[in-house]
Structures are given as structure tokens and as C-alpha cells.
Write a protein that binds this ligand. Structure first.
Ligand SMILES: Nc1nc2c(ncn2[C@@H]2O[C@H](COP(=O)(O)OP(=O)(O)OP(=O)(O)O)[C@@H](O)[C@H]2O)c(=O)[nH]1
Ligand SMILES: [Mg+2]
Length: 228
């Protein structure tokens, strides 16, 4: 069992944010993750402001809970809400539509700049997702282009389809795996220092588990749970 799940039995909760132009499929990807059997809704409305969902996900170090902030790609919402989107976020999924070159260009022209302005970028795990891979015949963005972007900004990528489900779960698991590994590593170094400070205290009945997050609110959806 991971140190995370052994701490009071509650899996740690991490806030992750979906970013990208309007219409790339952010809401559809979250819907496919949380309701894998439900068919893609082509009449879905544009997100106004923000929507939340939570999902339990597996990592190599046990289960964790993702609090997913599905943001609005439309400029009028995004501009105002960006600081809120990024507050206490641990990971970001940058989404473009493989059939829409403009949505890919927006990542460097718009979204990466916003990210750097509003978040301490080093703290955020990032994943690039090229959605609508089922529409191969209409592809405008090559995988090579996307890989170049990843090299430039130091992140991994996956192509997904919210329609077929291809790589949807894998994308969320990949990002949350990186987030969780970072949290474990950070806690290890923290407890290392605490351990040295409290030398001689080991095994004396003090707390033996590691608290990964300030998980006051406990369950997902509780704003305190991820401090957001
Ligand atoms: N063929 C195909 N269509 C998709 C896919 N993902 C989303 N769509 C469609 O693309 C349109 C936009 O999807 P949304 O999920 O609303 O896009 P969004 O990124 O959330 O847009 P905003 O909320 O405005 O930021 C909808 O008509 C979806 O049905 C996909 O993987 N394949
Ligand atoms: Mg949406």
C-alpha cells in the first residue's frame, strides 16, 4: 500500500486543470473518463466558467483522487478566471484538437503564456493531449509537430479520442502518476529533514504516516480538500 493510502486510509487529492481552446473537447474528455459507457454528446454546450468532477485513479503507488477543473476555453471566461484555475493546481492537461491547427498554435501563443503568468510553472506537472484522434482524415496537426512542442516545453504527450475512448484513461493516469510521484518525493525529503530534527523519536508512538496534502475537507468536492 502506498504511504498515501496508509495515511488515515484516505487517498490524497490533487487538483488538475484542463486547458485549451473552446471546442477541443476538454469537457468531453472528462465526461468519457467519469462515464466511460456514455456515448459522446455532439450537442454539448460550451463550458461557462468552470465545471468540476472527481475521479479515483490508479498510480504505481496506489489510488489517488483527482479533482478535475474543466475550464472554459472561451476568452471572456478564461481571462477573468485564470488565477482561480491555477490556484493550488498540481497538474495541467493542455488540450488541442488534431483537426484544428489554430487550437495547437494557441497552446504556445496563449495557454503557455497564461500558465507562466499565473502559476509557478515548476510546481505543475504538464501533459499535452491531442484530442479527436478518431478524425484522422481531417488531421491538421502532425504528431511530429506536437512532439517538438513537448521537447520545447518539457512534457509528454498522448493523442486521445473522447469519442472512442482511446487513451483517455491513460492520459489522466499518466498526469496524476507524475503528480503523485512528485508529492511522494517532496514528502520523503521533508520527513527526512524532520526525522533528523526529531532524532531519537522514531518508534515512540508519534505519527508514523506521511500526510501528502492538507486534506482537511476529506472528500472530493470539498474546497478545502485541495486547498482550492
Ligand atoms: N469526433 C470527435 N468529436 C469530439 C471529440 N471530443 C469532443 N468532440 C466534440 O467537439 C465538440 C466540443 O467539445 P467540448 O467537450 O464541449 O469542448 P470544450 O473544449 O469543453 O469546449 P469549451 O467548454 O467551450 O472550452 C462537441 O461537439 C464534442 O462532441 C472527439 O474525440 N472526437
Ligand atoms: Mg467545455
Amino acid at each position: 500500500m502506498s504511504r498515501a493510502t496508509s495515511a488515515g486510509g484516505k487517498p490524497p487529492l490533487y487538483k488538475i486543470v484542463m486547458l485549451g481552446d473552446s471546442g477541443v473537447g476538454k469537457t468531453s474528455l472528462v465526461a468519457r473518463l467519469t462515464n466511460p459507457e456514455r456515448p459522446l454528446n455532439h450537442d454539448i454546450s460550451a463550458t461557462m466558467g468552470i465545471e468540476f468532477d472527481t475521479q479515483m485513479l490508479d498510480t504505481e503507488h496506489g489510488k489517488v483522487k483527482a479533482q478535475i477543473w474543466d475550464t472554459a476555453g472561451q476568452e471572456r471566461f478564461a481571462r477573468v478566471l485564470l488565477p482561480t484555475y491555477f490556484r493550488k493546481a498540481k497538474g495541467v492537461i493542455l488540450v488541442y484538437d488534431i483537426t484544428n491547427a489554430k487550437s495547437f498554435e494557441s497552446l504556445s501563443e496563449r495557454w503557455m503564456a497564461q500558465l507562466n503568468d499565473h502559476a509557478s510553472s515548476d510546481d505543475l506537472a504538464k501533459l499535452l493531449v491531442g484530442n479527436k484522434s478518431d478524425l484522422e482524415a481531417s488531421r491538421e496537426v502532425t504528431k511530429e509537430k506536437a512532439e517538438q512542442f513537448c521537447q520545447e516545453y518539457g512534457m509528454d504527450m498522448l493523442e486521445t479520442s473522447a469519442k472512442s475512448g482511446q487513451n483517455v484513461l491513460q492520459s489522466f493516469e499518466k498526469l496524476i502518476g507524475i503528480v503523485h510521484n512528485r508529492a511522494l518525493a517532496a514528502n520523503k525529503s521533508k520527513t527526512g529533514i524532520q526525522g533528523m530534527q526529531q532524532s531519537g523519536n522514531a518508534g515512540s508512538g508519534g505519527p508514523s504516516t506521511v500526510k501528502l496534502e492538507d486534506n482537511k475537507g476529506g472528500e472530493a468536492g470539498g474546497a478545502d480538500a485541495c486547498g482550492c
